[in-house]
Design a protein around this ligand. Structure first.
Ligand code: SF4
Length: 294
């Protein structure tokens, strides 16, 4: 199977889906306006016909008959109508008899649009993990990056997903506030991630790569260079130092103490020091890359 011919490129998936089967239920991103994201800027959004996707599933099942996990690409399979998704997941279950988990990215707006009943049906069918970009908890920064979401809307969508029994793996972006807004970014993001029901939380580091400053700079009021240099400021350090005592990077668990969490609490001083050390290393590399770009 030649994957370069099989898939509509470019193809993205979360790092944790690297060993899993990827099915392109949609192409591109149904929103495609976030200023920090260049993933699908050259790709139009398409909801692929069910028959076409099922034909892909048949070929993938022939190549990977024992697969247990499937990721639905591209940017937001959750934009598809619930009936379409349910039919697609049914076909996955038929073709992959050992299937244990289906996952996809979820945009805040599309998660909100699904009813509680639809989310429960999708969860029961097997869609049990959503990857979700919080990016920042600051309403002002969410507006500046054109995320198409507010903290209140994100909280409502995430609560619906949790009520349906879905796991959520969320990301926030270090460096998004730059030097000017970094405190607002860190404070509001910590407040939001401690309030909403997340299963996993990871951080991404803002880096200019494909379009050095071009797309991101304008909505930031022309402070692109400051934003980039801001990656070298203590944003990640501050966030790491403010981890709640039960260890937010491993998933939210406030009010749910367990043996595992007590163990995390015991280990956290070591984990925090290790994370700070790694963070300093990565920030130094990021500043060096940033200076090379500018
Ligand atoms: S919703 Fe996600 S994939 Fe779409 S533009 Fe924003 S960050 Fe990129």
């Amino acid at each position: 199977m030649n994957f370069l011919d099989f898939y509509h490129m470019p193809l993205y998936r979360p790092p944790s889906e690297g060993d899993n089967v990827i099915v392109q239920a949609t192409l591109g991103c149904s929103f495609n306006r976030c200023t920090f994201c260049s993933m699908y800027k050259g790709k139009s959004y398409v909801e692929r016909p069910l028959a076409e996707v099922c034909a892909d599933i048949d070929r993938l099942a022939a190549a990977f008959p024992g697969a247990r996990r499937v990721f639905l690409a591209d940017g937001d399979a959750l934009a598809l109508p619930a009936g379409h998704l349910l039919a697609l997941i049914d076909h996955l279950r038929e073709r992959f008899p050992r299937l244990a988990r289906v996952s996809s990215y979820a945009l805040p707006a599309n998660l909100l649009r699904k009813s509680a009943g639809e989310l429960e049906s999708l969860r029961a069918a097997g869609l049990s993990l959503l990857y979700y970009g919080i990016e920042t908890g600051s309403p002002e920064l969410l507006r500046r990056i054109v995320k198409g979401a507010t903290p209140r809307g994100m909280a409502a969508g995430l609560e619906k997903a949790a009520a349906a029994g879905m796991k959520v793996s969320a990301t926030v972006i270090l460096g998004l506030g730059g030097r000017r807004h970094w405190e607002r970014h860190v404070d509001a993001t910590l407040e939001l991630v401690n309030r909403v029901p997340l299963t996993y939380l990871s951080t991404l580091q803002l880096v200019y790569c494909f379009t050095p400053g071009g797309v991101f700079r304008a909505p930031q009021g022309g402070q692109g260079k400051a934003q980039s240099a801001g990656n070298g400021e203590p944003l990640a350090r501050t966030a790491t130092q403010h981890w709640p005592p039960w260890g937010a990077p491993f998933g939210r668990a406030a009010g749910r103490p367990s043996a595992a969490l007590r163990s995390l609490e015991r280990d956290l001083p070591f984990l925090r020091e290790r994370a700070l050390h790694l963070t300093d290393q990565r920030l130094a590399e990021s500043v060096a890359r940033s200076e090379a770009i500018h």
